[in-house]
Each structure stands twice: as C-alpha cells, then as structure tokens.
Design a protein around this ligand. Structure first.
Ligand code: PEP
Length: 256
C-alpha cells in the first residue's frame, strides 16, 4: 500500500448464515476492533452479509466502527424487479458499501461489464461506495490474456464519476476464489499495477492513485501480510476466511 491510502479489509459472507450466526460473527468481529482501539488502526473493517442478515448485523455492529455492506444491488432505483434489491434500499438499511460484479454474479447470473457499471453507478447515486470486482479465469491466464481481460473489465465496469470515496476496485482472479490457490504477491501486484494505470488514465493522477484496489482469492492469515505489502494492494476482499472472526481479524493484522 502506498502512502495516503488506507487499507480496506472486506468480508464477503456470500450465501451463508442464519440470524443467530450472523449476529454472533458480527459481534465477534466488532469485539476484536474494540479491543484493538479503532482510532489507531491503518485499516477499515467491513462485513458484507447476505441481504437477510443486513439488518441484524447492522444492529450488532452499531457504534463499533465496523462498516456494513451488501453483496449486490439492482441498477434501478425501484420498480418491477421481483426479487431484486436496490441501492437506495441498502442505504436505508445502513449499508455504506456494496460489492458489484463479483465473478459468481458474472458467472451465475450472466452479468456483463455494462451491467456492473450500471450497478456501480446506481450505488454511487444512492450514496454508497461500490466495490467493483474484476478478474480473469484460469483459461484466460493460461492463454496469457490476464492483462487484457482485466484492462477490458476495468474499462467496461468503472462507474461514471468514480473517485476514491465512492469506488473501490477488487482484483479477484477467478481461479483463486474459494480454491485455496492464491495469486503470488508478484502476480497480484502485476495486475494491481495495471488496474492502477487504468484508473490514472480514466480519472487522472490524483484520483487514480487514491482509489483503493483490493486483492481477493483465498486470502488467509498466512498469506495476507505478503500480499498487502505490495505497493498497489490496498486490502482484501475475503470470502472463506471472513466467516471466522478470529481468521478475519488475523487477515487484518496483515496490514500492520
Ligand atoms: C470472494 O469470493 O470474494 C473470495 C475472495 O473468496 P475466498 O476468500 O473464499 O477465495
């Protein structure tokens, strides 16, 4: 991480947990943050539970400094979209962040860069910070398309009006998500540097340098420090390891 940017450690709980689990996990995360003294820490801590748990988790972390986010939103503000949730609804529940364009959404729901961009723009319009996910598949990496794919996804998914307050980018190589296979720090930095260059091109030097770029893909307490020591790795988007408060906290210790 370079000077001037603050780490973001974001937990993506995916489709896991019932009311009781969510509350317990959220309270345990908040307890760690409280015990550490939140004013001195170089990172923000964020949890993104499934929609059903947002309200309960919000109550459990109230006043703790832990931030609240969601895993997806619809691009429209309201209307005939059965089963969907809008960005203003998330804001109304106390969310500050929303993940958009996660590879599981791109794969399972056919979301394309233009959809991701529209969702990120809806999030920003609602006063949320969009965490825009990009990343190549193993096949694309093997075909040496990694840089081209990530460049195309950043260009196509970046919301209009993006800045360091309303946008975070997450590089999540699809082959590393939930597989236990992590990008090496060098592989991560190579793509983060490319994303940084694209951000600078699109937003100008100051804003492009200020936007946080997270790494996601089997980040855990053992590999977090090395990954986050890379100059353009400004935190993590963490799936599996965010479901245990002690592991999530141990990942965050990689920022110190
Ligand atoms: C994710 O889904 O965003 C993720 C990075 O998952 P995991 O940490 O389990 O690989």
């Amino acid at each position: 991480m370079a000077k001037g940017r603050r780490y973001l450690i974001a937990g993506n709980w995916k489709m896991n947990g019932f009311k009781k689990d969510g509350k317990e996990l959220a309270k345990a995360v908040a307890k760690h943050l409280k015990a550490a003294g939140k004013d001195d820490l170089p990172f923000d801590l964020l949890v993104c539970p499934p929609f059903t748990l947002i309200r309960g988790v919000g109550k459990a972390i109230k006043g703790s400094g832990v931030k609240l986010g969601a895993q997806d939103c619809h691009a429209a503000e309201k209307g005939a979209h059965t089963g969907d949730i809008s960005a203003p609804m998330l804001k109304d529940l106390g969310c500050e962040f929303v993940i958009v364009g996660h590879s599981e959404r791109r794969t399972n729901h056919g979301e394309k860069d233009a959809d991701v961009k529209a969702k990120a723009e809806a999030a920003i319009a609602a006063g949320l910070t969009a965490i825009v996910c990009v990343g190549e598949t193993l096949e694309q990496r093997d075909k040496r398309q990694t840089l081209a794919v990530n460049r195309r996804q950043v260009k196509g998914s970046l919301p209009k009006g993006a800045n360091a307050r309303n946008t975070v980018v997450a590089y999540e190589p699809v082959w590393a998500i939930g597989t236990g296979r992590t990008a090496t720090p060098e592989q991560a930095q190579e793509v983060h540097a490319l994303i940084r260059a694209e951000l600078v091109k699109a937003l100008g030097e100051k804003a492009g340098q200020a936007v946080r770029i997270l790494y996601g893909g089997s980040m855990n307490p053992k590999n977090a420090k090395e990954l986050m020591a890379q100059p353009d790795v400004d935190g993590g988007l963490i799936g599996g390891a965010s479901l245990k408060a002690d592991d999530f906290w141990a990942v965050a210790q990689g920022c110190l």
